[in-house]
Design a protein around this ligand. Structure first.
Ligand code: SF4
Ligand code: SF4
Length: 393
């Protein structure tokens, strides 16, 4: 192993996986299986340095002092949606995204963060959300305040995107959880989970918001936290224990898991949405590959009468990214658009009338792509569909 340079400590922490890479290319090129892309960053950037193998080679060169840190590195490191398709397909089971996170931290420590993401992180510090909205408006989607800050063993962590951008989804999720009979609380002083800080490589800033949310939930006696946003959920399950250095005192579940349990218990049935509707389901990268939740959404869809699920060729662990991961739209909008458009076309090709997903960021991305193109496919979050046709027993 070549000499390592003392000033890239975060990279040194992932030395072993960096040197384990065989350079076999399973992480970005599955062309021998068919024409479909695996890595959005490589499909857009068209150079190997945008795929996992190339990025790991860059990490190795930085470790060995063979590459200078300069502005040109920013694009190679941050133009990645952290969709985890590379990690899922890696021949050596390397946690590629862990290496990428270390690279982000390494660059951030040198002030090398792309400007859009850096500005979003600064807004987050000031407003506790990346949408530059007043913090005191965070719960303005909620009229009934009876559950707010009420001590309870279960909490609904709303997340910035439902709270500010997809308020109907926040209301729908709240209504579905309430109708299920769950006694839950909502925080009036919820802050962003810290995911954008992690994407920007700013671990210390992330720690501050993580402590805030964990302490607020603990103060209400919470033992289980329900999420609609997979990004928030993965931040809690993976990043908070890693950053704070202690296990979380909560069980972490996605709302689709909560609802699927109700379906399986026979407590929830559905009316027919529209007879003969064909739907397809987009696995959000963070919910699927990031958290392993593949079955719960399908359990719910398959319980809906008069509806047929037509899977896209790339689904489950092979699902293609929507293009919105890791906030790449701030700095690389053409990467986001190209990826989202490709995924919407794949949904169209199934013959589905409705593209369902279970992530506020994916819904926002597909709604935007849909507004820029001609398509008959509707986009809907699964929980909003549940809200419309649920019949509780
Ligand atoms: S599949 Fe894994 S081992 Fe092979 S090149 Fe990609 S990261 Fe390296
Ligand atoms: S995380 Fe996704 S976008 Fe990033 S290198 Fe891996 S496959 Fe490509």
């Amino acid at each position: 192993m070549a000499e390592q340079h003392d000033n890239n400590l975060t990279l040194q922490a992932v030395t072993q996986p960096i040197y384990e890479c065989l350079r076999c290319a399973f992480c970005f090129d599955l062309s021998w299986l068919g024409p479909a892309n695996l890595c959005p960053s490589y499909a857009w950037g068209a150079f190997e340095s945008y795929g996992a193998r190339g990025r790991i080679a860059i990490a190795r060169a930085l470790l060995e002092g063979e590459l200078e840190y300069d502005e040109s590195l920013i694009r190679r490191v941050f133009a990645c949606t952290e969709c985890r398709a590379c990690a899922e397909h890696c021949f050596k089971y390397i946690d590629t995204v862990k290496i990428f996170a270390a690279m982000r931290e390494d660059l951030a420590a040198r002030g090398l963060i792309p400007p859009g993401l850096a500005a979003a992180a600064d807004i987050l510090t000031e407003k506790h959300n990346i949408y530059d909205k007043p913090h005191e408006r965070r719960l303005s989607w909620l009229k009934d305040r009876s559950r707010v800050d009420r001590p309870a063993s279960v909490a609904f962590f709303v997340g910035c995107t439902p709270a500010y951008v997809r308020r109907t989804l926040a209301r729908d999720t709240y209504a579905v959880l309430a109708a299920s009979g769950l006694r839950f609380t909502v925080l009036s002083d919820e802050w962003c989970c810290g995911h954008p800080f992690m994407a920007a490589g700013q671990r210390e800033r992330a720690a501050e918001v993580m402590y805030h949310n964990v302490d607020a939930l603990k103060a209400l006696g919470v033992e289980r936290v329900v999420f609609e946003c997979p990004g928030c959920m993965r931040t809690f399950r993976e990043d908070i224990p890693a950053v704070l250095g202690e296990p979380l005192p909560f069980e972490i579940v996605h709302v689709t898991e909560e609802i699927a349990r109700q379906v399986e218990a026979g407590r929830l049935r559905f009316d027919v949405y529209q007879p003969g509707t064909v739907v397809t389901y987009h696995d959000p990268c963070t919910l699927g590959r990031g958290l392993g939740v593949y079955e719960a959404p399908r359990t719910i869809i398959e319980a809906m009468p008069g509806m047929r699920l037509a899977e896209m060729p790339r689904h489950g662990r092979d699902a293609y990214c929507c293009g919105a991961g890791s906030f790449v739209r701030y700095d690389y909008p053409d990467l986001t658009d190209l990826t989202g458009d490709g995924r919407l076309r794949e949904a169209e090709a199934t013959g589905a009338q409705v593209l369902l997903t279970a992530c506020p960021a994916c819904v926002t991305q597909f709604q935007y792509i849909r507004s820029q193109t001609e398509t008959d496919v509707q986009v809907m979050d699964l929980i909003s569909l549940v809200k419309r046709i649920a019949r509780w027993r």
